[in-house]
Write a protein that binds this ligand. Structure first.
Ligand code: AKB
Length: 313
């Protein structure tokens, strides 16, 4: 049975990952850590941790007896663009601390990369696993450097590092903060609350997306995968769908016929979106560890609207 320490446990992925890991491995085998106190009580063990404090990270992992670290604490693309130096220090400082703790305590390691690791010179359609990666955002620079650093810790020190390039993740539990793909979450809230949505991303802008249950399953499946079958490690392309704003609006209209979408494009987030692929190719993840998804756009929309109606009413 794994004993897993999670950083950034109160973030968009972390808050749902904890519940998934507790279900798989038992509540007391999952340690949540975050820089802030939880607003309501979290189930299972919890510690305050600033990931730039490597010494404290080591102590907490050692005291818990963790054999796995899932490093989720990071700033997302749009926020990182507002504070690039802070993003570098947090995203790279936190990552290297977590990798060092994994090396020192002989732990298995996971951290997410992103479609943000690609840039304008990357092939835009069906982006291959191995391709040009010259991102033009601080977040993307962090993600490419992070992928390389994780591979370095594997080849140089033998740390069992694994990662995925997540697309935009959509969930009804925790809202994302400061991402470029966040419109695809906001739109569901506004559809229920106001019957209309003003998109900060322009019509016709395709990006990859995935529903959170599929993303969480991908993390578990990759971490359980037979290492002998892994040709790649950091990080695998994964995706469930690619759509643009009017297509998600059309999917919502199947349930809320009066729903309307309009556009007020945010130039910063639009430029980031324009630098990312339209769709990525997950075939290496499929071949090497059996990556699969359950939700397409319409299945996700049906579940999101049903769950949000329960949550908001
Ligand atoms: C973001 O938009 O910054 C993230 C991502 C795709 O990495 N959701």
């Amino acid at each position: 049975m794994k004993k897993i320490m999670v950083t950034g446990a109160l973030g968009q992925i972390g808050s749902e990952l904890i519940a998934k890991l507790q279900k798989e491995y038992g509540e007391n085998n999952v340690l949540s850590t975050d820089i802030r106190q939880p607003q309501s009580s979290v189930s299972g063990p919890f510690e305050i941790l600033d990931v730039t404090d490597g010494k404290k990270m080591h102590e907490i992992a050692k005291d818990f007896g963790a054999d796995t670290i899932m490093h989720m604490a990071a700033l997302l693309s749009a926020t990182a663009e507002k504070q690039p130096l802070f993003a570098w220090n947090l995203n790279m400082g936190g990552l290297v601390n977590a990798l060092e703790v994994a090396r020192e305590l002989n732990m298995q390691f996971f951290t997410p990369s992103s479609i943000g690791a690609f840039g304008p010179s990357t092939p835009k359609a069906n982006t291959p696993q191995d391709t040009l990666q010259r991102p033009t955002t601080m977040y993307g620079v962090n993600k490419v450097a992070g992928e390389l650093l994780c591979d370095y810790y594997y080849t140089r020190f033998g740390v069992d590092t694994r990662g995925v390039r997540f697309p935009g993740l959509i969930s009804y539990v925790a809202q994302p903060g400061g991402g470029t793909t966040d419109y695809a979450v906001d739109i569901y809230y506004k559809a229920i609350e106001e019957g209309q949505y003003t998109s900060f991303i322009a019509e016709g802008t395709y990006m990859d997306m995935m529903y959170m249950p599929d993303a969480l399953q991908a993390i578990v499946d990759l971490m359980e995968a037979d290492p002998a079958k892994l040709v790649h490690r950091n990080a695998f392309n994964v995706t469930a769908m690619s759509f643009e704003p009017s297509e998600i609006a059309a999917s919502i209209q199947k349930h809320i016929p009066d729903f309307t979408i309009s556009y007020e494009v945010d130039p910063v987030r639009q430029a980031i979106a324009d630098s990312w692929p339209d769709s990525i190719d997950p075939s290496a993840a499929v071949a090497e560890w059996g990556f699969k998804t359950k939700y397409d756009l319409d299945a996700m929309t049906a579940d999101m609207l049903e769950q949000l109606r329960k949550k908001l009413n």
